[in-house]
Design a protein. Structure first.
Length: 310
């Protein structure tokens, strides 16, 4: 990690600071006829994303955990925007359920124009899924990797399709070790575990972008801003108290994230932009460790195996 820190430049740090203060890009592009698939869409960033996309005419498909919450957001979208909406259920700690959801979507939808991988989690303590995969790595990286991979061929049938990975400035925490992605040999902390998952996702975005070159399909990652969301609510009472009393004052309305996602999904000027990282709507250079293509190819192979893609 320390070798990467040495490669941070003041220009990169200044860019991050400038992007945080800059007005965000927006567009009025109509999305009528577009099918947008969004994961984790019942609250926070995901909810605002589906509302923003539906407001511009898109048909909405979601993958969520809760049937009750999914039905509620579907009803809200239909009432407010009179556009088609549907949902599938999957727990992203269970990759078999993600496989099944992807297969069901492929059977139900002949086209997918936009895929937004938003579902995410932050854990202060190390836990494992039923398949003995570290939970944060599974939800934040492997599930989105798996879903993206399985939908690629369908999306390639429609040039102009876009994939957006909701990433995070948390990737700058680092933590990824390709010899121990499952945290069995190292001390785990919540920030480093989260950083590892988001670093892995960023690295594979660049690998996906290479695969998609010349197809007309793009893939980009974005930091959704420091916004109010439900992430971290799975942790203990001390963390929840800290989030609600100390962090809450610095967090902003997640609607800004929804508008940013619509911009990335629809702006004509981004039609051929791929393999990039955005701070909301502004392009930004990721941390040096998230630009290491050698590690990216290794984590691609690891992800293929762990996700059961063969």
């Amino acid at each position: 990690m320390f070798k990467y820190i040495l490669h941070y430049r003041w220009a990169d740090i200044r860019q991050m600071m400038d992007n945080d203060r800059s007005p965000q890009n927006e567009c009025a592009a109509d999305m009528k006829g577009k099918v947008c698939l969004v994961t984790g869409a019942t609250s926070g960033v995901g909810r605002e994303a589906v509302l923003a996309l539906a407001a511009h005419g898109a048909s909405i498909v979601m993958i969520n955990r809760s049937v009750e919450k999914s039905e509620a957001i579907c009803a809200e979208i239909r009432s407010r925007y009179h556009t088609e909406t549907a949902f599938f259920t999957a727990d992203f700690t269970n990759l078999r359920e993600v496989h099944d959801a992807a297969d069901a979507i492929l059977r139900a939808y002949p086209r997918i124009d936009v895929l937004i991988n938003n579902a995410g989690i932050h854990c202060t303590k190390k836990t494992y899924t039923q398949d003995h995969i570290e939970t944060v790595f599974c939800v934040n990286h492997l599930a989105s990797f798996l879903l993206t991979y399985k939908l690629l061929e369908r999306m390639k049938q429609y040039p102009g399709s876009r994939i957006i990975q909701v990433n995070s400035q948390g990737h700058r925490f680092g933590g990824l070790n390709v010899k121990d992605v499952n945290w069995e040999k190292r001390h785990y902390t919540g920030l480093r575990g989260y950083g590892a998952s988001k670093t892995a996702q960023l690295l594979t975005v660049r690998e996906f972008a290479d695969m998609l070159r010349g197809t007309g399909v793009t893939i980009n990652a974005m930091h959704p801003g420091a916004v109010r969301s439900a992430i971290g609510e799975n942790n203990g009472p001390l963390y929840r108290w800290f989030k609600r009393t100390v962090l809450a004052g610095a967090l902003v309305d997640p609607a800004i994230s929804g508008r940013a996602i619509h911009y990335l999904a629809a702006a004509p000027e981004l039609a051929s932009v791929s393999g990039q990282y955005f701070n909301l709507t502004h392009p930004e250079k990721p941390a040096p460790h998230a630009l290491d293509r050698k590690i990216g190819k290794i984590i691609w192979d690891i992800s293929m195996k762990m996700a059961g893609l063969g």
